[in-house]
Ligand binder design. Sequence first.
Ligand code: BEZ
Length: 211
Amino acid sequence: MALHLGDTAPDFTADTTAGPISFHEWAGDSWVVLFSHPADFTPVCTTELSRVAQLQSEWDARGVKPIAVSVDSAEDHASWRPQIEAFGQTTVGFPIIADQDKAVAELYDMIHPGEGDTSSVRSVFVIDPAKKVRLSITYPKSVGRNFEEILRAVDALQTTDRASVSTPVDWRVGEKIIVPPTLSTEDARERFDDVEEHFPYLRTANIRAGV
Ligand code: BEZ
């Protein structure tokens, strides 16, 4: 069954390149980006895992643990890793789940028959510290993802949680947020800086430092 936003991310135990894990325990109090790829030793996947590795300091800055998954073995993942690292001139600091029995792929609905039913598509789940699924996207096997967009979305999720606001299209940290519709413009001016009323239903503002 498909997972919906707000659902608890299913727990599982699995072998990984960092040894066996129990997923919820491994996640601890961190945010998690769980992302699947179709197969080891394939071109698009190699570029993707390299990029995730290159972005390690960005994940760390946001308290995010990335973890990859495919239906290949831990031995295959381990043999592939030097090529991922060589391609991206980087070090892979995150675990890769060995999901040979497809248990994780099935729990997270990562196998899509229209894309071939033997391996996972390019799914991404952003999971918060309460283990709730907060965002999911699915790309076909032929299209590499943009992990900077995942970072941007994590920034937006963390900001909307912290400040009880929404974020507009293409929002990035430091840009104006959207004032909640439940707040009067007068109250918004008390709480935010530079409130602009574009339409009665669309007001933007800056979050104050420290909020
Ligand atoms: C790739 O990573 O290039 C790939 C893997 C499986 C199917 C299609 C593309």
